[in-house]
Design a protein around this ligand. Sequence first.
Ligand code: SF4
Length: 361
Amino acid sequence: MLPIQEIVEKENLTKEDIVTLLTVKTKEEQDVLLQKANAVKEQFVGKKVYLRGLIELSNICGKNCFYCGIRAENNNTKRYNIPDEEVVEVIRFAKSNQFSSVVIQSGELCNFAFTKRITRLLEKIQNISEEQFRVTLSLGEQSEETYREWYNAGAQRYLLRIESSDRELYRTLHPNNKLHDYEARLKCLQVLKRIGYQAGTGVMIGLPFQTFENLADDLLFMKNLDIDMVGMGPYIEHEDTPLYQYRESLLPIKDRFDLSLRMIAILRILMKDINIASTTALQSIDPEGREKGLLAGANVLMPNLTPLKYRDNYMLYENKPGVFQDEEESVVYIKKVVNSAGEEIAQDYGDSLHFKKKRQF
Ligand code: SF4
């Protein structure tokens, strides 16, 4: 038996086990890991894929994360803000295409007008959908009061990626100021959980200066935080960012892709009943990236429903796929992805089973 086969069958994985799984050398070993993760997924969450329609509300951001293409200081990005009426149209489209969930993502803004705008939008969504929709927000760090206001207006899920759980690496990836403070981000995640959101986080995989130990710690961080959902994918550089200068030190892109699949697979083994997204970043490296993510243990896809005219200005990283696919084409494409992975689209809301079980207790 391969040592990998013994490790994946263990009840609890240690950090050392995780590093061994992350650093497998052969395709045969990687396949053992991915197949085990897929079997765990089938047993605990089934062969169902949950769709979340993604709306990239605005690329206006007040922050300057060193890896991000829409950072405030990138003057090469044309800024946009989708008017509420157009967002409402997207919601109607999602509803008529049997979506039961949307994700609203935006650059990070913390001000009264933005808070109230989101509250109004959530109330409109609840009206249109007759409260038949689950809404995930991904709008960055906010005050507890704001998170509560949005929760009370109908948001049930919140995604706040930690990007790296290692404090030192986090500091390397962000400007050294109050606006980009690791502890503040961590506190936000704890507040979100306390309020009652299904809380999600995620990391980038294959960053400059990142070690396999850092990635193992990221997975253990998610487990210790008892997170309900995760969206993580390969780091892909963007030339208008400070981190681009380190591109020569990166793992080859194919290795970052495989490493991302292994991260998904290990997370599925560690946290059997959470929701894990197969992210668009996987597809930007491999045309079948999202299918491969599903087969490695992911169970969520997020077809992009952002109106086409805004799409190419939400470039967090380069070569983002789907920029020329309109909403209808996105839906057709995503159904193809699910079919080719031999799975089916779930018809329910797709709440995290992990979250639901916690609630029962
Ligand atoms: S990662 Fe988020 S908060 Fe940071 S610059 Fe990009 S959009 Fe803004």
